[in-house]
Design a protein around this ligand. Structure first.
Ligand code: CA
Length: 230
């Protein structure tokens, strides 16, 4: 049993009821909200492990609410999966840009939805009993401090391990050097920005030994992105 709390925000009664049923059957503890206002109230009572958020909501849209949450230090780490009838690549990119962790297009099968939820929860370390973050064939074990590609172990320093931990829990998003410093090293530590480049270079070298150097991507003029997609 997982006992992860999932906040379901969907205005259509039938779909919301179906989602609640599917999540309960999968062993999750769902909380229902019909719009962003209700969802906000639910958040203030208890922080969920994940928000399943409909894109099209009356009043504040799902995307707009997600954007607001991602600006709040209290809420920004809550994983969000956007639900939408739109299947266009452009919308997907927009959803991921505002900080959603994944995107599920309606209609979807309950099995697919649960698998996507589990994947995001695993990646964000919210599945109980799981100390591993899995992304593609990469596994980062936070308890044993091991990073593996397939069955091969990568020799990374503690700093590079932290960097990989951050990257694997925040894939597909671009981070500036300053943001990486704040997130990985912490605000109180004084480190020059080029130190990040040194660690990135080492990380790439290690990944290159396993033909995975393309995972850490340079976004010219901005910073770095970790992505399984080229
Ligand atoms: Ca809707």
């Amino acid at each position: 049993m997982t006992h992860c709390n999932i906040l379901v925000v969907e205005d259509e009664d039938a779909i919301r009821a179906m989602l609640i049923m599917v999540l309960e059957q999968a062993g999750f503890s769902p909380i229902a909200a019909a719009d962003a206002q209700e969802a906000q109230k639910a958040l203030e009572e208890d922080l969920p492990d994940l928000i399943l958020l409909d894109w099209m909501l009356p009043g504040i849209s799902g995307v707009e609410w997600a954007r607001r949450l991602k600006k709040e230090p209290m809420y920004r780490d809550i994983a969000i999966i956007l639900l939408t009838a739109r299947g266009e690549e452009e919308d997907k990119v927009r959803g991921l840009e505002i900080g959603a962790d994944d995107y599920v297009t309606k209609p979807f099968s309950p099995k697919e939805l649960v698998a996507r939820i589990r994947a995001v929860l695993r990646r964000t370390g919210k599945l109980q009993g799981s100390t591993s973050i899995v992304l593609g064939d990469l596994t980062l074990d936070t308890e044993q401090h091991r990073l593996t590609v397939g069955d091969q172990q990568l020799e990374v320093s503690p700093t590079e391990f932290r960097l990989m931990h951050f990257f694997m829990t925040h894939p597909d998003k671009v981070y500036s050097r300053t943001q990486l410093l704040d997130q990985v090293w912490g605000r109180s530590v004084y480190i020059e920005e080029r130190t990040i480049d040194v660690h990135i270079r080492r990380l790439r070298k290690i990944l290159a030994e396993h033909n995975r150097e393309e995972l850490v991507q340079t976004v010219r003029g901005f910073g770095y992105r970790f992505s399984l997609i080229d």
